[in-house]
Ligand binder design. Sequence first.
Ligand code: ZN
Length: 184
Amino acid sequence: MWGFSCPEKTVCLTFDDGPTPVASEWVLDFLRNEKVRATFFCLGENVRNHPELFERIKSEGHAVGNHSDHHEHGFKVSKKDYLASIEKADELIQSKLFRPPYGRMPISYDRSLRKYTIVMWSWMAYDFDEKVSIEQILQSAKSIRNGDILVFHDNLKSSERLKIILPQVIEMLKDKGFSFEIIQ
Ligand SMILES: [Zn+2]
């Protein structure tokens, strides 16, 4: 799925690549203050290293999804290794949602991943990419529409830019009357 059908003026906020100390903690504090719920596509290895953060995500009413164990690229590892990575992450994450790392994998894998809903996105924050300026990102956020799935990153690399971008995007959307749904 790239977007979803939903009541008027609703979007889904998602975070990829966590949970990581500092970045996820900041995101969780921010979302709690804003009373916004989100869906976190977690890496199995990060859940293994920071189980308390994973538990906090779930206990604060957010949804979780599988984002593989070690962020394998679907075109750069064998199918066997790719599926094994997802299964390994599933032992900890136990979600029926899967988002392929880099948003790409061979289309034929769909059949092997039938037990999952594959969740892509329709608006990317580019919080991780310093080549995209914050002004450009905020400009592009003005085009966010009903049913969009937004993706941000709760990892160390994106953390400083995320702290600037996320509050402004949420404020902009709230001002326009949007509400936020989790994916389940
Ligand atoms: Zn990712």
